[in-house]
Design a protein around this ligand. Structure first.
Ligand code: HEC
Ligand code: HEC
Length: 319
């Protein structure tokens, strides 16, 4: 149970510890035995016989009793301590105490303490829990620890990492409790295959890109967009004939102002050329079902508006 790298060090450490304690005892013993030497030709004046600066001499007084006993107590204490607690190399002590064990105990205790809280939270549906300030406070902590590194501390995401404060229309999936819980538990992979082969060359890709831009009323070239419209049929299977996306497939709405993978012709052409495999890792190895339930409620509470297709303005176009 020790972290020593080989069998020598436990003995080495144990020997040094014991030696130091016993050496203290020996020192006390020797000091108490020291006697005053009366130098020939000098009066026995209870000094050690050392003289400095011509007239400074050193008395040989016994240690004060209280100090002596304190010293003895310290030695006894350290011996008892070394028997009871880990300290002598890899000997774990008769009490079997360890820092790790104490931590485990604390964790178990804490889990037991919050269990009733989580049971109460679990009894409520996510949507209702999203209005419970206590649950939101717990959910926020969980979010900060497990989600914010990707989705941002305010949940607003960044390139490739969805903005969870978006309204439903801009989400990859439906902004429902089931979708959130399912995504957090199992993770998800957003997969768009490279589409260049189905679209054509650079000119065609640019045309589709301008058509896609026209869907959201973004600045675009009308002529290119007009030619691109026909080519968009290659995309419609996933993104819908109107480009409004398909939440079951996780194909985003291209007609809104939210661009997960960047805005503009270059970003869209790059999506067509290279496709995308965007992965959120499953959180179930790290979070219990109860914790996921609570963090889902927190996420649910983040969106500025809860429903509606015309609320895409809630999400800003990246600069
Ligand atoms: C390692 C980065 C990472 C972590 C950590 C992470 N996510 Fe995600 N999350 C992503 C990515 C990337 C996606 C988009 C996947 C895709 O494109 O389909 C995503 C998607 C989502 C979605 C779906 C959004 C939509 O528009 O449908 C939700 C909800 C979500 N995450 C919530 C969470 C929560 C809650 C946590 C913390 C418990 C979390 N995520 C932790 C990277 C992460
Ligand atoms: C097989 C289904 C599929 C097809 C076909 C498809 N896409 Fe996609 N597309 C997706 C998915 C899924 C995503 C989201 C990837 C993710 O989760 O990050 C996506 C993302 C995008 C994005 C990024 C959107 C954003 O918010 O940043 C653009 C742009 C896009 N697709 C354009 C196109 C165009 C143009 C075509 C046709 C040439 C096309 N897609 C064909 C599935 C598809």
């Amino acid at each position: 149970m020790s972290d020593f790298t080989n069998g020598f060090w436990p003995w080495y450490v144990a020997a040094i510890s014991l030696f130091s304690v016993l050496a203290c005892g020996l020192l006390l013993y020797l000091a108490s035995k020291a006697t005053v030497v009366t130098h020939p030709g000098k009066v026995a004046d209870n000094t050690t016989g050392h003289v400095w600066d011509e007239n400074l001499s050193e008395y040989n007084n016994p240690l004060p009793r209280w100090w002596l006993w304190l010293f003895i107590l310290t030695i006894v204490f350290s011996l008892v301590y070394l028997v009871a607690f880990p300290g002598l190399g890899s000997f774990s002590g008769l009490l079997k105490w360890s820092a790790e064990g104490e931590h485990q105990q604390d964790v178990t205790q804490l889990r037991a303490d919050v269990a009733p809280l989580y049971t109460a939270f679990s009894a409520q549906p996510v949507e209702a829990l999203a209005k419970n300030p206590q649950a939101l406070a717990v959910g926020e902590r969980l979010f900060m620890n497990h989600c914010s590194q990707c989705h941002g501390s305010d949940g607003a995401g960044s390139k490739g990492f969805p903005n969870l404060t978006n309204a439903n229309a801009a989400w990859l999936g439906a902004r429902t409790a089931e979708h959130i819980v399912q995504t957090v538990t199992n993770g998800r992979t957003g997969l768009m295959p490279p589409m260049a082969a189905a679209v054509g060359g650079e000119a065609e890709m640019s045309e589709v890109a301008h058509y896609v831009l026209s869907l959201s009323g973004s600045p675009h070239n009308d002529i290119k967009a007009f030619s691109g419209k026909k080519l968009f049929s290659a995309c419609a299977a996933c993104h819908g004939v109107d480009g409004k996306g398909n939440k079951t497939l996780g194909a985003p709405n291209l007609a809104d102002d939210y661009w997960l993978h960047g805005w503009g012709e270059a970003a869209i052409v790059s999506m067509i050329k290279n496709g995308k495999s965007n992965v959120m890792p499953a959180q179930s190895p790290k979070l219990s079902a109860e914790q996921i339930h609570v963090v889902a409620a927190y996420v649910f509470s983040l969106a500025k508006t809860s429903t509606g297709a015309a609320d895409s303005a809630a999400s800003a176009k990246p600069p």
